[in-house]
Every structure is written in C-alpha cells, then in structure tokens.
Design a protein around this ligand. Structure first.
Ligand code: CTP
Length: 404
C-alpha cells in the first residue's frame, strides 16, 4: 500500500469543517499511514482532541511546549519526521500566519520547520475567501511551493453559497494516495507513454433486455491501468460493463459489446505505445438481436451464435512498434495454449492464468510468457501487484525496443 508507514502531519484549525478532518484521519490510518494531528486552540472549539487521539493512537499536539524525551524539541522532531503536512481545514487566520512566516503555535511552528511537501485545504465563508488579503496570502503560499486543494463550491455552513467548502475527505485522501503511489512506483520508460488497457467482460445482446456475457469483474484490467498511471504513463482504459469506479487520472471509455470495444481500441491503436488486453471479450454473439423482447413458448429456444472479431489478433497483424500484451485464461494445457497464442497473435508478452480461478477475486496466479522465450512463474498475489509486474515488464520491453 502506497501509504504504508508514511508519516503524515495533519493540522486542524478552527472552522466548522474541522469535523471532516476526523474522516480524513480515519481514511489515512486505515490505509497504513501514521497520522500525527496538530490542533490549534480554535480547532478545539469545534472538535475534541480525544477523537483524533483515538483514531490515530497517537497523542494530539496542541502546544509547542510539550514534554519530550531529553534533548528533543517537539515541533522540530515532528517536522523532521513528516513525509507530508496537510492542513485541513485551513482557516483564513492560519493561512495568513503561514504567509507571514509566523510561528506562534505548534502548527505554524512545525510548518516553518518542515522540509516535506505542505498541502493546504482552505475552508471558510465565501466572502472571507474572496477577500484580497486571503487571495494574496494563498498566492504567497503557492509561491513557497505549497499545494492548495479546493475550496469547493457549494452551500456553506454560514448560510452563504459559493466557494469556501472544504474539499471532501475522500478526494483529499485520493490525492494523498496518488501522491505516494507516484513517489513509489514511477517507471522512467513508461513516463508520458500512451498505454491502452482493456478490461472487464463484453455483453452480447440477444434482445433488448437479455445478453450473453461472462464472469469477468474488470479488477485485473483496472489494476493494470492504475499501475500504469502511477508509473507515469498516459493511460486510456477501455472497459466493458464493470461495477468498479473509474481509476483516478485515467481516461475511461465504457463500452458494452465486443464490436464497440474493437472500434474504440482500433481507433486508438496507431498512437499507442503499448496495449494490454486484459478484457474477457466474448468470442461469440447471437447472430440476430431481436428488436423486441423474445416471448417464451413451449419448445426450446435456438440461438445461433456467430464469431466476434478477435481484437487482439487484429492488433497483432496491424502492429508496428507497439508493445502488445495479451491474456490467456486456460482450463487445460496452459503452457501449450499460451505459447500458441503468443505466436499466433504476435504478442510481446502473454499473461496466462487458470480460467475460473481468478474471476472476480482480488488475487491472481499468473505466468508470463515473453516472445523471446523467457518465462516467469509467479505465486498467487494481489491483482494490484500483478498489475505492477505487468507494467514493469512493459517498461522493460519498451526500453529494449527503444534501444533497437
Ligand atoms: N481477445 C480479443 N478479442 C476476442 C477474444 C479475445 O481481443 N474476441 C483477447 C483477450 O482480451 C485476451 C486474449 O485475446 O487478451 C485471449 O483471450 P482467450 O479468451 O483466453 O483466448 P482466445 O483467443 O479467445 O482463445 P480460446 O477461446 O481458444 O482459448
């Protein structure tokens, strides 16, 4: 997990949005971060220190003058140990103090001493926010390299409507997760590369309300898209029907049938640097799609199925310099079938797994078969990790093809 073991200092200042800081704390802690909360005097008017202490399992800092071990200075130690400082909510008062370089409480003192990134999440009345003094202070903070998140537009606690709402904890959390993911997983050969990923099942209509499909959840393809994005690639995810949320930072194109997926993939193939086809595309579709709902009768229903185009096979024929990665879900003779597909579809890498084993699960057990004959057998692992391994392999293949 990207946040695992990261030290985050969360500054909470005195605004009504202070209660939202509790949710942010909870999300960060659940993701493995060590969160150290610093509250200003005014923040304590809105929310109790006991809430943060219970959520973080660490004492809450309220004053610069805390008892530390011999020879240690609390605000300096806190600042030195931080991987990230977030101030949420940040009031106009604290923003003003930081812009002026003041340090009359634990939070502002720690911010001045911090060498890690500092993120500010302002929250206040719209008129306070729009005041030239506050705008000027925010610009000053930006000029120090601090990152501003929000504020959002909407109805404010004071009754006014406009800019001033604190950005939702989930969104702040996603930004933090993204930040540490990138820091941990950048693959130089993938930075700025266009990577096309397909995911999920396809649905092949029989009538307006019925279709043929398969058990694919999309988890594997989404994990690859997320890993590629974290690695620095420019990612387009073409997804069949899936309940999963769009991964942040990825352009997602939702399709239903194999024909639609084919169209979206082919349109973008030429400009792609790498394509990873994790989708479980239906091999067959009903020859006829009834315009009206098919009514039952006493006898059996005969449905004639015709072949769908094999998108990956087409890409293999069209490919120039693109790195092409396919999947194989096999129930028997995994190796033999995998090698045959690798050759037939002109792939650079084939990721093979046992069919039925991995659908809808969070883990997968895969073997990589490379075009140069190299193979890599992996133990069962999280799909997120498989996604990272695939991206590392694509990165290596891109590097080699650039050297040629
Ligand atoms: N694939 C595709 N278009 C299809 C069917 C499959 O692009 N119409 C791609 C999948 O995205 C996957 C790979 O082909 O990357 C392998 O799919 P799989 O279903 O395992 O094998 P098939 O090629 O369909 O062969 P078979 O049914 O004989 O196992």
């Amino acid at each position: 997990m990207a946040l695992s073991g990261k030290n985050i200092v969360l500054g909470v200042t005195g605004g009504i949005a202070a209660y939202k800081a509790a949710e942010l704390t909870s999300r960060l802690v659940k993701s493995g971060a060590e969160v150290h909360v610093v509250m200003t005097g005014a923040a304590k008017q809105f929310i109790g220190a006991a809430t943060f202490q219970a959520l973080t399992r660490h004492p809450v800092y309220e004053s610069v003058f805390v008892e530390e071990k011999d020879g240690q200075i609390a605000h300096i130690d806190l600042a030195d140990s931080a991987d990230l400082v977030i101030i949420a909510p940040a009031t106009a008062n604290t923003i003003g103090k930081m812009a002026a370089g003041l340090s009359d409480d634990m939070l502002t003192a720690a911010v001045l001493a911090a060498r890690c990134p500092v993120w500010i999440v302002p929250a206040m009345n719209v008129n306070m926010y729009m005041h030239p003094a506050v705008q000027k202070n925010l610009k000053t903070l930006e000029s120090y390299g601090y990152r501003l998140i929000g504020p959002d537009d909407g109805r404010l606690a004071c009754g006014w409507t406009g800019k001033g709402r604190m950005t939702e904890p989930k969104e702040i959390f996603n930004a933090v997760d993204h930040y540490f993911s990138i820091e941990n997983n950048v693959l130089p050969a993938l930075v700025g590369k266009k990577v096309l990923v397909t995911a999920g099942p396809t649905r092949e209509a029989l009538d307006p309300i019925r279709f043929f499909s398969n058990l694919s959840s999309g988890k594997m393809g989404y994990a690859i898209a997320e890993a590629a994005e974290r690695a620095g690639a420019d990612v387009i995810l073409i997804s069949g029907p899936s309940a999963l949320e769009d991964p942040s930072g990825v352009s997602v194109i939702r399709v239903t049938s194999a024909e639609e997926m084919r169209h979206e993939v082919l349109t973008r193939f030429e400009s792609a640097d790498a394509v990873v086809k994790a989708a479980a595309v239906a091999d067959y579709r009903p020859e006829e799609v009834s315009r009206n709902k098919i009514k039952k009768n006493d006898g059996p229903l005969m449905v004639r199925m015709i072949r769908n185009p094999d998108i990956l096979l087409e890409l293999g024929r069209l490919k120039k310099n693109q790195i092409l990665v396919g999947f194989a879900a096999e129930t028997e003779q995994l190796e033999e079938n995998a090698l045959a597909k690798l050759e037939k579809k002109h792939l650079d890498l084939l990721v093979a797994n046992q069919a039925g084993d991995s659908f809808a699960k969070d883990t997968n057990k895969v073997t990589f078969f490379f075009a140069n004959g190299h193979r890599q057998v992996y133990e069962e692992m999280e799909k997120k990790q498989v996604g990272e391994k695939i991206c590392a392999a694509v990165s290596g293949l891109l590097e080699k093809s650039e050297q040629r």
